[in-house]
Design a binder for this molecule. Structure first.
Ligand code: NCD
Length: 326
């Protein structure tokens, strides 16, 4: 399958969506479609990464992203090692750079990193000889999440171009929102940001989004409603009066959803806080919610990214999108 398609993905790292072209995004999504089909078969395994070593280095908690990167690597035949900050020498005071140097000495081929600080993954990529994939850095970027969201939308609605997507909630602290805003803009979708002023970054007007502070206005006639969690772990103070009040004004319920197009889809990157940003029944509504499908797409997208990037490890420039080079 993937071996016979023409591929022109020139990057060794995936540090962010910024820097990707529409055709490069389309290439990742097209290959992901092939992996969705493969993942639905009984035999899900290929050997294109046989002999390669992938290290997943997670400095923050994760369910979906870590497991799907692990499954993705294993389904392509790589040896996959999982490391968490709590179980590593970071706990003993080792710096990020020293940890990177230690791992580098073991000759991995791909390092998948999640870190609480924006920019930490790009910094690591400069110290490693292998490919580095950003699995979420602070409130900066989460490129594979935006790609899996795009795949979910494209498979359901057939395109991204011309759609109106509302991203709702804690946009200020959300790397998911930033990566999605960039990707959707690159692909010609219209993006709306709906949030209280306290949960919106000051840079919104420069990001090509239409800003709303009222859900009933912002959701009018949208194709996609993307809900975000209140990221309390990144807040130093109170950004909303109370979760009850927040739900009243910004939580997705039937009456607010009624403003969107009748066939509009509900998305959420997870983890969800039911009753805070989304009504529990709506989250489980099989006619509207594609939240479980997003998880399925996550494995396929990560397989496509690992596959494409692995083709560049021997003979390509050392820095990828958002990393300052080709
Ligand atoms: C998100 C993340 O970690 O940025 N989750 C995910 O990767 N699916 C969103 C969140 O934590 O709210």
């Amino acid at each position: 399958m993937s071996d016979i398609s023409p591929h022109n993905f020139p990057f060794r790292h995936l540090l962010g969506i910024g820097g990707l072209s529409p055709s490069e995004i389309t290439e990742i999504l097209d290959l992901s479609d092939e992996y969705v089909a493969q993942n639905r078969q009984v035999d899900k395994k290929r050997s294109i990464l046989r002999g390669r070593t992938q290290i997943n280095l997670f400095f923050e908690t994760s369910t979906r992203t870590r497991t799907s990167f692990e499954l993705a690597g294993k389904r392509l035949g790589a040896d996959v090692i999982n490391m968490t900050a709590t179980a590593s020498a970071i706990k003993k005071g080792e710096t990020l750079i020293d940890t990177a140097a230690t791992l580098n000495a073991m000759h991995p081929d791909a390092l998948v990193v999640r870190h609480p600080h924006s920019g930490a993954v790009a910094l690591l990529s400069q110290k490693m000889d292998c490919s580095v994939i950003n699995a979420g850095d602070g409130s900066h970027e989460h490129p594979t999440q935006a790609l899996l969201d795009a795949l979910t939308i494209r498979r359901r609605l057939g395109r991204l171009h011309g759609l109106t997507v509302a991203i709702c909630g804690d946009i200020l602290h959300s790397r998911v929102a930033r990566s999605n805003i960039m990707l959707l803009n690159i692909m010609g979708a219209h993006v709306r940001a709906i949030a209280p002023p306290t949960l919106l970054p000051g840079t919104m007007d420069r990001m090509g989004v239409e800003v709303f502070h009222d859900m009933t206005e912002g959701l009018r006639d949208v194709d996609i409603v993307m809900m975000l969690r209140l990221q309390n772990e990144r807040m130093n103070g109170a950004y909303v009066p109370s979760t009850r009040e927040y739900y009243h004004f910004f939580g997705l319920d039937q009456s607010k959803l009624a403003k969107a197009k009748p066939e509009a889809l509900i998305m959420h990157p997870g983890p969800m806080n039911r009753g805070v940003e989304i009504d529990s029944e709506l989250a489980d509504d099989i006619n509207r919610s594609v939240i479980r499908e997003q998880v399925e797409m996550g494995v396929a997208v990560r397989m496509a990214v690992l596959d494409l990037i692995s083709r560049q490890t021997s003979n390509q420039p050392p820095v990828g999108p958002d990393g300052g080079g080709a």
